[in-house]
Design a protein around this ligand. Structure first.
Ligand code: KIV
Length: 308
């Protein structure tokens, strides 16, 4: 290998399949920006999802339904630029995959324009044909069933655990199988009772990635701001591993106090120039003083000392 070749290579869906086959539990986090993606990639997170949770988490919308293709592509491209190893999955936004044709067109943009390796779409049986079309077009797909936020209005608007009744549990099982048989490489199970999620996991060949679906899934996904303590609240299914909100607030207040007192910037954060050069620039060398009043052809503006 030449010295210029990067020894780190980007993971593929085949790598994820191998990790799953080896019994590794798969961690996935959401990422929406370059610096966070760089840190998560460096921490070895194998899959980064540019979720449409972007809408609420980063853009201040009240739901994911408001997120556009343009916004998703913009943030996905930033995450791809921030990573060298992680498999980056772009979440297809609301109405971007209403038909298989739209899905192929828009998913293609995630790969071609943003550099993602795969896309995620919501829906089980109802999304089967779309997943098939994407996979046929050479686009790796992650499915997403259970609570599917883009259908929130059709699901009664209130976030709730799915599959708790006999009928809905059977429906979720059918959804999971449909997503797998359509060719998805993995499937997110969101807000599913843990026994049902474990059972679905045991019936599938592809990995299940749970969020609010208990420990029996093949992997877990969390929204990064929940993990870092940057969210307005922490959902029941999340655990805060840091309190960055407090850290950021304290850092900002300390900096503002230093600005107010004059302690920032100090010598370490400041650049000096050669004093003799400044004297020359200002026309205050002994020669300048001797030649006071001589026009030297500089543009009018700040008067030089020798002209005062
Ligand atoms: O948009 C998102 O962040 C997601 C995860 C919660 C799976 O879809």
């Amino acid at each position: 290998m030449s010295a210029t070749q990067d020894p780190v290579r980007r993971l593929t869906i085949a790598d994820i399949g191998r990790m799953h086959a080896d019994g590794e539990r798969l961690p996935m986090l959401t990422a929406y920006d370059h610096p966070t993606a760089r840190i998560l990639d460096g921490a070895g997170i194998p899959m980064l999802l540019v979720g449409d949770s972007l809408g609420q988490v980063l853009l201040g919308y009240d739901s994911t339904v408001r997120v556009t293709m343009t916004e998703m592509l913009h943030h996905t491209a930033a995450v791809v630029r921030g990573t060298r190893r992680a498999l980056v999955i772009g979440d297809m936004p609301f109405l971007s995959y209403s038909t298989p044709e739209d899905a192929v067109e828009n998913a293609g943009r995630f790969l071609r324009e943003a550099g993602a390796t795969a896309v995620k779409i919501e829906g089980g049986v109802r999304s089967g044909r779309t997943i098939e079309a994407l996979v046929r077009a050479g686009i790796p797909v992650m499915g997403h069933i259970g609570w599917t936020p883009q259908s929130q209005h059709g699901m009664g608007g209130k976030v709730r655990v799915q599959g708790k009744s006999r009928e809905t549990a059977r429906g979720l099982l059918a959804d999971a199988v449909a997503v797998q048989e359509a060719g998805a490489f993995a499937i997110v199970l969101e807000l599913v009772p843990e026994q049902l999620a474990a059972l679905i996991t045991s019936r599938l060949r592809i990995p299940t990635i749970g969020i609010g679906a208990g420990p029996g899934c093949s992997g877990q996904v969390q929204v990064i701001t929940d993990v870092l303590g940057l969210g307005a609240f922490t959902p029941r299914h999340a655990r805060k591993y840091a309190d960055l909100e407090a850290t950021i607030a304290a850092a900002a207040a300390a900096w503002a106090a230093d600005v107010a007192s004059g302690a920032f910037p100090g010598p370490a954060e400041t650049v000096r120039m050669d004093d003799a050069t400044l004297d020359e620039a200002l026309g205050r060398t002994p020669d300048d003083r001797a030649a006071t009043g001589m026009a030297i052809g500089l543009p009018a503006g700040i008067p030089l000392d020798r002209d005062l």
